[in-house]
Ligand binder design. Structure first.
Ligand SMILES: Nc1ncnc2c1ncn2[C@@H]1O[C@H](COP(=O)(O)OP(=O)(O)OP(=O)(O)O)[C@@H](O)[C@H]1O
Length: 440
């Protein structure tokens, strides 16, 4: 519980080593990885609570990696390391559940308190999660709206059959939750459910992870490796973001769907498996077929049983149920939502769907000190007056968010803020007026 294990993932070895030294001097146990894949392996092995992660890695982009880290260990807090010019990515990452971001190079004096705060946040979340028994299967799907109940009813019908399933829905609508529920209610439940995100890793890695390889198939293939298809034999394989799978691999997946066979990389023999495939995408696959990015035959084969997961904006009646569910999940005590807080949740444009709601509640609980949640705990973008600008990732809203963040760091010191932003004090005041940022 009191582990001070921290992971740095950065392909710039020099920076990685330097940060590690600084943090080791503070008493942290630092693990270092130079690729996303190495990072995920270390995360599985050690009791890591905080990850400092570059947003641009050779094998991953930081935002996808963040999702995988949170999937593996939901309480882990991720701080993104950004270079100048990638702040947009970082703002997006925070919307997706990153704890915070720092700009590389000039923020070393900010990093130590930030890491300490991230450890506190990780502990707060981890304690609560340990106290809870995770709900399984369809019980984990919260909501009462007609649209959701219809999707659940359809999923319950298909679950016990052998049919492959295609889940369609925007990001964060619960495609993975549905895949798990279908698996848990199927005859495949005695075996494993394995998942891979086709857009999160490079094409080469995806191919070797899925199909496996024979020793000597390529440089670095030092021994035979079983792919996920073989490992999931008798169980379920969840192919997330199948719309991003390269065309040549789509042909191989079609074959698996047709007769359960595939060939490992570097092998001459065909292998046969019995795997139920559940695929998901946020893309319009028919459009992708028309653009030539997705095979028509695979599309028809996959769409035999299609489930559409509704957007959160189309089932607003579920918002407060879900919010209460996440409050219980993240907080040991009974915390109540004030009416103004509830109203802002209902008015918000939930582009990130349930994931965004879950992250919002988690952040709010970390910030809250009392027994009730009020609207001041929500980010400025929730305020009705500014929601129009801020729900978009336009330059003005990014600038506004960034100025507010730096002001928070400097505890409202305008001179220091202007220096950190590299602008004059008068310009800072003008921008604060423009964005109606209070001058304390
Ligand atoms: N109906 C629901 N009830 C409770 N929690 C949910 C529900 N739907 C989604 N969630 C939670 O929201 C988060 C996002 O869900 P999930 O990962 O399944 O979405 P997704 O559609 O697969 O997203 P992506 O396309 O980005 O991979 C998860 O933490 C999940 O536990």
């Amino acid at each position: 519980m009191n582990s001070k294990n921290l992971l740095i993932i950065d392909d710039e070895k020099r920076l990685c080593d330097l940060l590690a030294r600084i943090l080791e001097l503070e008493g942290y146990i630092v693990h270092k990885a130079y690729t996303g894949k190495e990072g995920l392996t270390l995360l599985a092995k050690h009791p890591i609570k905080v990850v400092l992660c570059d947003v641009k890695l050779p094998d991953f982009n930081g935002i996808d990696l963040l999702v995988l880290i949170k999937q593996q260990k939901p309480f882990v807090q991720v701080i993104h390391l950004t270079a100048y010019g990638t702040i947009t990515d970082s703002v997006k990452a925070i919307k997706n559940g990153a704890y915070d971001y720092i700009t590389k190079g000039d923020d070393n004096d900010k990093i130590i308190p930030l890491v300490a705060k991230a450890f506190e946040a990780a502990d707060k979340v981890a304690v609560v999660q340990q106290q809870q028994t995770a709900q399984k299967g369809f019980d984990a799907i919260i909501g009462q709206s007609a649209l959701l109940l219809e999707a659940i009813a359809m999923a319950k019908k298909v679950a016990p059959t052998q049919a492959n399933v295609l889940l369609l829905g925007e990001t964060g609508t619960g495609k993975e939750v549905f895949a798990k529920a279908i698996h848990d209610a199927s005859k495949y439940k005695e075996s494993v459910l394995l998942a891979i995100n086709c857009s999160a890793i490079s094409a080469d890695l995806l191919e070797s992870e899925l199909f496996g390889y024979k020793k000597g198939a390529f440089t670095g293939a030092l021994q035979d490796k079983k792919g996920l298809l073989e490992q999931a034999d008798g169980g379920t394989l969840f192919l997330d973001e199948i719309g991003d799978m390269p065309l040549h691999m789509q042909a191989k997946i079609l074959r698996v769907l047709e007769d359960g066979t595939f060939i490992k990389l570097g092998d001459l023999q065909t292998k046969k498996v019995q795997v139920r495939l559940i695929a998901a995408t946020h893309k319009n696959l028919l459009e992708e077929v028309e653009k030539g990015n997705f095979r028509e035959d695979l599309f028809y084969r996959l769409s035999v049983f299609t489930l559409h997961l509704p957007k959160l904006n189309d089932r607003k009646e579920d918002i407060l149920f879900l919010a209460e569910h996440f409050i219980k999940q993240f907080s040991a005590s009974t915390v109540k939502m004030n009416a103004d807080f509830q109203q802002l949740l209902l008015q918000h444009n939930w582009k990130g769907n349930i994931r965004e709601l879950k992250n919002t509640i988690e952040r709010t609980l970390i910030l809250s000190t009392g027994a009730s949640l009020d609207s001041s705990l929500l980010p400025a973008s929730f305020n009705a007056a500014s929601s129009k600008i801020n729900t978009n990732l336009d330059m003005a809203s990014i600038e506004e968010e960034h100025i507010k963040k730096v002001l928070q760091y400097t505890l409202g010191n305008k001179t220091e803020t202007a220096q950190l932003l590299g602008i004059g004090l008068a310009t800072l005041y003008r921008k604060m007026d423009l964005y109606s940022i209070p001058k304390y």
